[in-house]
Design a protein around this ligand. Sequence first.
Ligand code: NAI
Length: 341
Amino acid sequence: MGQAKIYYDSDADLGVLSNKKIVFLGFGNQGSAQAQNLRDSGIPNDQILIANRVDSYAETAKAKGFHVEHDFATAAEVADVLFILIPDQVQPRVFNEQFSPKLKSDATIVVASGYNVFFNLLKFQPGQDVVMVAPRMIGSSVRSLHQKGRGFPCFVSVEQNGTGKGLDAALALSRAIGATKQGAIASSVREETMMDLMAEQALWPNIIMMFREAFNVLKDAGCSDEALCYEMWMSKEPAEIFERAADDGFVAQLKHHSTVSQYGQLSGSLKLEGGAMREHFKDILYNQILSGKFCEAFSQIEDDLDKEGDTNPLNELYKRSEEMELVKAEKRVRARLAGLL
Ligand code: NAI
């Protein structure tokens, strides 16, 4: 694949949404931001319905003047457009059991992440449109950038074109939530899922491992906990480097570093051929992610993730991570410097 198509406001016709009932399932990070942006774009409040169980999110939606429906079957029946904006791991249960049987046969269903669609975990009818409008930002930024009159990066795709007008709907909805202002990038649930899961299962685990091992080696060589924690992350230098990479360029940001640093980083990285790492990454991409193996394994532990204590697999992983010398040292440093941080 080469260049992706980019859609702007001028590619989208908000008229496509006139008289359509737009239901947001969920009023959390993304739901609250997207629903408010959409209303600000001129979609009348009476066309918008927030489907939310009885909880604090529903109260927030009411306080912001939205119509809220607690009965999901009722919300499903009236929806011409349904944004699914509840956590990914609960979407299959809630959508398949409570929405899918009642939805109109030509409804447009919008997801903000590719996972459940890519792994076929949601049940759609053939006449429905299934589109992805996936902001690359946390909800609070989706909202605040829109309020400042700016856009935010977003992926858009049509995954099932039941009505034949899926793209028109996807672009109108993207524009309505403010996603085409800066340009929405044509993508797919496959691409979005691959990139997301690779970052989570390949790139960041290796970065964590590299920090852990660099920490161990330097500690063995006599460096103090305090010096290491500050040098490696608590000074926020890595955060600054990534910010510069986004602004100036992945490699161009190196120009802000000392000459010794630039020479060390460039010569060091070019010396590392990366073959073994490439094979390791390919193994994760093909044999763990695209094969569906991870998805299957994760589905089996999903219910346990709601449990309290050690029987929750995530808690168990956190507990094992606490054994890392880096984590133990950081705790000691934070306790000593409490009040100064
Ligand atoms: P969230 O965690 O903020 O969702 C909270 C909402 O889900 C609330 O309205 C709550 O009432 C509802 N909810 C939670 N559990 C429920 C259940 N068992 N039954 C019914 N309703 C339930 O969700 P978030 O983070 O906004 O994610 C929504 C979608 O947006 C996901 O697909 C996610 O991948 C995607 N996304 C999220 C981003 C973020 O900013 N966190 C960034 C880009 C995409």
